[in-house]
Design a protein around this ligand. Structure first.
Ligand code: GLU
Length: 496
């Protein structure tokens, strides 16, 4: 794909406090599609400054899940790049440097309250009936007193300008957005342990990494006043190293009941979906359509194909509903699109977890999986779909099985099949078996095709639907077929 290169630089900035969530994955995908469509750069930044909740295992899960769905980054913690480091805990001196500059200029100040004192302040405000608590900046006298106390390690708070009023910006997805900056109160930018808060780190990082567009979930709109005021403060001190990025806030992904997609709706992490048998490519394709529709209308496409058509203005600002049925449909489509060999390679782990595959050679296994894949929704359905090739006792006394096998008609078909078909059938290929089968069905007229095939199929597989019958015969082979037909006949005789 050839794109005109330009200076588009976008990023995904996951916090490694859990496995890669579908919401973050969709945001990553939109950033990636935009970057690739514009010939830009896609950056991965790990926002790990919440040390209590961040875990290395989640970092790995995030990297692996993104790569599994086909998203690679041009710059990031593991691949490096000119604007690193790309993990926040490796950038602490940068945040401290900028926080100190803001303090020196009087745009931020050291604050000394302990968390207990802040809690008490909040509770007192609530008790006195204050609706929206906001931090009360201490008077200069109190501040001086606090600063004289050497036992306390201060945090740094940004001094929200008293007259700032509404912060207004143009959102590339939602148009003009206006939020009252005074709702915030002076907010912490650097905690007393020297780590930054999200709003400060994100501004410093986006600025130093020269991010041109911030594309993220709409849950971050409420952070916009804080972030814009920080950009303004840096600008007023001539510290701005790159222009403030453009912002695009994407509608959330909701469950069908329109609540936030959460664990109680089932899987929420990309790796959980993959473990459940969703193909990463199919999952990614489905995600691309959560809040965006390709103008060319084709819903199944490669990432490059989508990137060519991707426009931020076309992102929906209303929420997208995560629909399992639609995801299942995509998964089925991808399962059917693959070559039989690729499908075998992907499906094999799901199969070998349940069965001893050694009894069949590889070409037979490839044929077996190819013969059933039209009936599959997810890869984890495979074991159940092919179990009759591996089990010995396939005919259970279900009502359906009995109604097909325990009739005179069904029994006659099996007897004739045993007598006329089996001795002359050529088991050397499914095609040869198909020809003999056709003749056999013909010879059973006026019985309908279904009336002939069902008893045979049920005797061989314990079910009325499954792989093509001649392939089933071929894969099972003469001995298993003979045994199963004989046992179906006996079983019925003894249980009738
Ligand atoms: N770490 C933040 C999150 O995962 C990043 C938000 C942003 O993109 O600014 O929500």
């Amino acid at each position: 794909m050839s794109f005109v290169p330009n200076s588009v630089r976008v990023r995904i900035a996951p916090s490694p406090t859990g496995n890669l969530h579908v919401g973050t994955a969709r945001t990553a995908l939109f950033n990636y599609l935009f970057a690739k469509g514009q010939g830009g750069t896609f950056i991965l930044r790990v926002e790990d400054s919440d040390q209590e909740r961040s875990k290395e295992a989640y970092v790995h899960n995030i990297f692996d899940s993104l790569r599994a769905i086909g998203i690679e980054w041009d710059e990031g913690p593991d691949v490096g790049g000119p604007k690193g480091p790309y993990s926040q805990m490796k950038r602490l001196p940068l945040y401290q440097e900028y926080a100190n500059k803001l303090v020196d200029a009087g745009l931020a100040y050291k604050a000394y309250e302990t968390s207990e004192e802040l809690t008490a302040q909040r509770e007192a405000a609530v008790q006195s009936g204050e609706q929206d608590y906001k931090y009360q900046r201490p008077t200069p006298e109190v501040l001086a007193e606090q600063q004289a106390n050497p036992t306390r390690q201060p945090s740094i708070r940004f001094a929200v300008p008293a007259d700032r009023g509404h912060v207004v910006y143009q959102d590339l997805v939602r148009g003009e957005v206006s939020i009252d900056s005074n709702l915030a109160g002076d907010f912490v930018i650097l905690k007393s342990d020297g780590t930054p808060t999200y709003n400060f780190a994100v501004v410093i990082d986006d600025m130093l990494m020269e991010i041109s567009h911030v594309i993220r979930g709409e849950d971050h709109i409420s952070n916009m006043p804080r972030q814009i005021m920080l950009y303004e403060a840096l600008d007023s001190l001539n510290l701005l190293k790159s222009p403030m990025p453009a912002f695009a806030h994407v509608g959330m992904i909701l469950a069908p009941d329109r609540s936030k997609l959460s664990k109680r709706h089932g899987a929420t992490a990309v790796s959980d979906f993959v473990a459940q048998g969703y193909l990463p490519e199919a999952f990614c394709n489905y995600m691309a359509l959560l809040g965006w529709s390709p103008p060319e209308g084709k819903e199944i496409a490669t990432l490059d194909g989508f990137a060519r058509q991707f426009k931020l203005e076309k992102i929906a600002h209303s929420p997208a509903i995560f629909e399992r049925d639609k995801l299942n449909w995509f998964n089925g489509q991808y399962i059917r699109q693959m070559t039989p060999d690729t499908f075998f390679a992907i499906a094999k782990p799901f199969l070998s977890a349940e069965f001893d595959l050694a009894q069949y050679d590889k070409p037979t296994l490839v044929m077996m999986l190819d013969a059933v894949r039209n009936n599959l929704t997810t890869l984890s359905d495979i074991s159940e779909t092919v179990d009759y090739f591996f089990k010995t006792d396939v005919v259970q006394n279900s009502e359906m099985v009995q109604s097909v096998l325990m009739t005179e008609e069904g029994q006659n078909v099996l007897a004739t099949f045993e007598r006329d078909f089996l001795p002359k059938a050529d088991f050397s290929s499914p095609e040869a078996l198909a020809t003999t089968m056709k003749d056999f069905i013909e010879s059973q007229k006026p019985l309908k095709t279904k009336a002939v095939m069902w008893p045979i199929r049920v005797a061989l597989s314990g079910r009325t639907h499954g792989a093509d019958l001649s392939k089933t015969l071929y894969i099972l082979g003469t001995d298993r077929v003979k045994d199963r037909i004989a046992s179906a006949r006996q079983r019925v005789v003894s249980s009738s």
